[in-house]
Design a protein around this ligand. Structure first.
Ligand SMILES: Nc1ncnc2c1ncn2[C@@H]1O[C@H](COP(=O)(O)OP(=O)(O)OP(=O)(O)O)[C@@H](O)[C@H]1O
Ligand SMILES: [Mg+2]
Length: 460
């Protein structure tokens, strides 16, 4: 067995030396870097199993290094070290994909345990990735297309939790693929042969929803003619997928909490208690934490369902997947349309990549279908795309206001350019600055002036 290889990054030489000595003494193959840029240099030259990085580095910070690792070296685990531990920092670090967040000084069992756990988790992930690679080399997982690093991490989570009973909460904007992910989890579980039952909770008024979920006995309310079997019972031995959970009423939330806790319920108007073996997956495009803060969603229910959260990034935050998705959808309709369309003209593809896709993957799918059905050429051209999407290629200056100075007039296009590069780099400011050929400080100043807040998308 090879020794695990670690990279330790800290700008305080004394800390760096003493931790390095100690870790080498524990049998790890360890390299050090005292600067952010040196760390990147090292990462480019060698494959590391684990990176231990201080949050404050003279020429950068640990969070940026974490982002870089997630993007470019996803198989390396990252542990962030800090002189000033705060719970917020820890949560931020874990959400950004760190394995752990530890407070210095740190030459003890806590460090060792964290390192060991990180390394063993890495092994699981590597095995899963190999498995995944065998299953589908080309595109993604099951029918889910995409190989953006965000999506790769989503697949890792799916693979790790699919075959457990864990409740999964899938969040993301409309059209990002939440329902699709729920089905993929079911298909990859040992319940795959059992039923997959989907209920769109937001679409039904409360009384109907209750009888839909739990069933009712004859005559239990006006209109309840015969007896009805609820979806929970139908899903016995399989998976129930509760979509649009964010809008359920307070009374409904109480009932959901009970059924999630005990997997027991009574049909509306009935006294018999049923018990089922059901795996629950929920989805919402609402910010549930905010709904809890505003008192619209029960905190206990939120904790109960937020065990494993898969957050799907909006399509504009995974621009690198757009061509792949577009081609997949083209293939799908081409068969139906029986038309000879071979691909996309370069400027059409650029427009697809630049557009901000408020309707996410669903919108892209519709745009491609429409273009295949209505287009006349052998390739899809810019003219086959809707005006909004087409407009994404040219940064038009608003000439109507003749009083604008040149600087003011350039702000709109400048903002649009910076935003699109930020989004295509998942809001990594170093990479964005590099790509735009400006330094980081300039980028920060521009972002501030143009009102571009850090919308770094968080995914599990
Ligand atoms: N990664 C993907 N690969 C291939 N197809 C996708 C992907 N993501 C979404 N789609 C397709 O896009 C459409 C929308 O996906 P889905 O219904 O899962 O989104 P959703 O997040 O559940 O939307 P809503 O919030 O409206 O319920 C579906 O037709 C789905 O097949
Ligand atoms: Mg859905």
């Amino acid at each position: 067995m090879n020794k695990p290889s670690l990279l330790l990054v800290d700008d305080d030489r004394r800390v760096l030396e003493s931790m390095a000595d100690w870790l080498r003494g524990q049998g790890y193959d360890l390299d050090t870097a005292a600067r952010y840029t040196d760390a990147l240099e090292r990462l480019r030259g060698k494959t590391y199993d684990l990176v231990l990085a201080d949050v404050r580095l003279g020429d950068g910070d640990g969070f940026d290094l974490l982002e870089q690792c997630r993007r470019n070296w996803p198989s390396a685990q990252v542990i962030l070290l800090t002189g000033y531990g705060t719970p917020d920092g820890a949560i931020e670090a874990i959400r950004a994909g760190a394995f752990d967040y530890l407070t210095k000084p740190l030459i003890d069992d806590e460090l060792l345990m964290s390192v060991e756990r990180a390394l063993s988790q890495r092994n699981v992930i590597t095995e899963n990735s190999n498995l995944r690679a065998q299953l589908d080399r080309r595109v993604g997982l099951d029918h889910v297309v995409g190989r953006d690093p965000h999506m790769m991490r989503v697949y890792d989570v799916i693979n790790s939790v699919a075959d457990t009973r864990a409740t999964v909460l899938v969040t993301g904007e409309s059209g990002t693929g939440k329902s699709m992910i729920a089905r993929a989890i079911h298909r990859r579980s040992s319940r795959a042969k059992g039923p997959f039952v989907e209920v769109t909770c937001g679409a039904l008024p409360e009384t109907l929803l209750e009888s839909e979920l739990f069933g009712h006995v004859a005559g239990s309310f006006t209109g309840a003619a015969g007896e009805k079997m609820g979806k929970f019972l139908q899903a016995d031995g399989g998976t129930i997928f509760l979509d649009e959970i964010g809008t359920s009423s307070p009374a409904m939330q109480v009932k959901l909490l009970r059924v999630l806790q005990e997997l027991k319920f009574e049909p509306v108007g009935g006294t018999k208690t049923y018990e089922v073996d059901v795996r629950v997956i929920l989805a919402t495009n609402e910010d549930l934490a905010q709904a809890v803060a505003q008192g619209r969603f029960r905190q206990d229910l939120y904790y109960r369902i937020n065990v494993i959260n898969i957050e799907l990034p909006p399509l504009r935050a995974r621009v690198s997947d757009i061509p792949l998705l577009a081609h997949t959808f083209l293939e799908q309709v081409r068969e139906d349309a029986r038309r000879e369309v071979t691909g996309f003209a370069p400027d059409a593809l650029v427009a697809l990549e630049r557009y901000h896709w408020p309707g996410n993957v669903r919108e892209l799918q519709n745009v491609v279908e429409r273009a295949v059905l209505l287009g006349k050429e052998h390739v899809i051209t810019l003219a086959d795309l809707p005006t909004d999407v087409r407009g994404a290629t040219n940064f038009l200056v608003d000439r109507s206001a003749g009083t604008q100075t040149l600087k003011e007039a350039l702000e709109g296009p400048e903002r649009q350019i910076i935003l699109s590069v930020l989004e295509s780099n998942s809001w990594n400011r170093n990479m964005t600055a590099d790509q735009l050929g400006i330094n980081r400080t300039t980028l920060y100043k521009k972002m501030k002036r143009l009102g571009l807040e850090d919308g770094h998308p968080v995914s599990i």
